[in-house]
Design a protein around this ligand. Sequence first.
Ligand SMILES: [Zn+2]
Length: 508
Amino acid sequence: MSRASNGKPGFSYESQEAFNWVDYLKETGGSAAPAKCFKQFETPPKNEFRPGMKLEARDPRNLTSICIASVISTIGPRLRLRLDGSDDKSDFYRIVDSTDLHPNGYCEKRNELLQPPLGFMGNPSSWNTFLKRTKSSASFAPESFFKPEPPTPSANFFEVGMKLEAVDRKNAQLICPAAVGAIDKDQIHVVFDGWKGAFDYWCRYDSREIFPVGWCQKGEHPLQPPGNRAVPPKNRIRNNHSEEETREKSATPPIERSLNHINSTDGEKCVIYIKTSCDCGPYIEKDKLRTLNVKKVGPVPITSGLHVAVQSLVDCAKHQRTMFSRIRDGNGRVIININYGDKVHSKRLPPIETNDALWAFLREFLQDVDACQRLFSPDGFIKCEQCTNASSSEKKANFPTGSIKKSQPSSPATAEGLLKSVPNEPVSRDHRRHLEENGNIGEVKKIRLSVGDKEKVKSEKRRSSGANSNGGATRNSLNNSLSTEVAQGNKLFFKKNVTKNFRIILQE
Ligand SMILES: [Zn+2]
């Protein structure tokens, strides 16, 4: 196989460039719903929140309650939120100008009590203690971060056939191109291209989950191209795009391509692959690492990538306290949380703004926890020579466990260095399992998906048949779907349901 054809590096399907509304409207013959239809500002509000900040938020499952919530991540003008005391399965998204969000003290001013979230995991009698502890250790988002709500349209101005952008309610972090399929008084039927109704829903015309065409791009929110999920009959944009991309890719060696990709994103985005088959050292539980939900992060801003990468490893720690003590702290924006001694402890990481600094930090971090320094990689799930060789012997000669090796002969600290240091060799048969675990499917000759979710199977089938019939296109499309699920820090937990159901089966 040629590595150029594995199509791993350089995916940017999560970014706005991958989807062009102008072409799409031409191709599908639709018109965009005018801005007056929406309860959204034409210019999406600025998102100043940072992960880890707390606020008061309406419990989406119990609308009479206001709870303490934490910002888990930010995505464009939206926040991924988790109510303190609930688990990650009830995370939800809100735009920063939502009336469901309030600064600290909102309840108190109104003589209301902050409520435990529906499904509070603690003992109900411990709520007050929990609340006190949470509030005392929290960094609350300043009042200026909360933006005023946009005005409500005076009537339902939508017409059938109008195009818009809409939240995919089954994967709430995604916003996808959609159309108005039907109208009933105050309700509109939001229809997603190519899904035969699986994701469609009715909502009020003033729903905060629908946006005018172009909203995502203006708000730097990813827009999921329809072809990522299925190819609508009239729309061949996705295919054309894949072909172009395949051509482009085979022309440029993968490493350079990946560097271009990393360097070309001005706001310094990063892509981090977590190679869970690498030696993770004595502090991390191998099994937890292997079942990690996120194996690819990005393209996301540097700070989000840093947060997800470090927090993911910390979450896999054998001994939280020891792990915690090994993280170097600083005064940056990223905060890592860890649970021990019945308390949540936080540590602030150093300020990191560039890919160079990011990779230098990650390498040091891996070194500090005695793990393989290629466990994080900017360039896909490329074979790690060191760990593959070591896996047959009991211990990795170069990485004796149990002590910090700051004097370890260092591999290059920059993304470029890391990429260049990655061995570029054909893949052996022995290595197949390693690849499979890593999700590297560049080697796959035939791909069969066994998926629990019916929709997913349908879409995969349709996507494969819709895509170019050569293997490369099929692989690309599978890669897309995988990387789409895994991509971006904010999609972190969503993956849980999907990926467990995915199995990549290698056939001769
Ligand atoms: Zn390794």
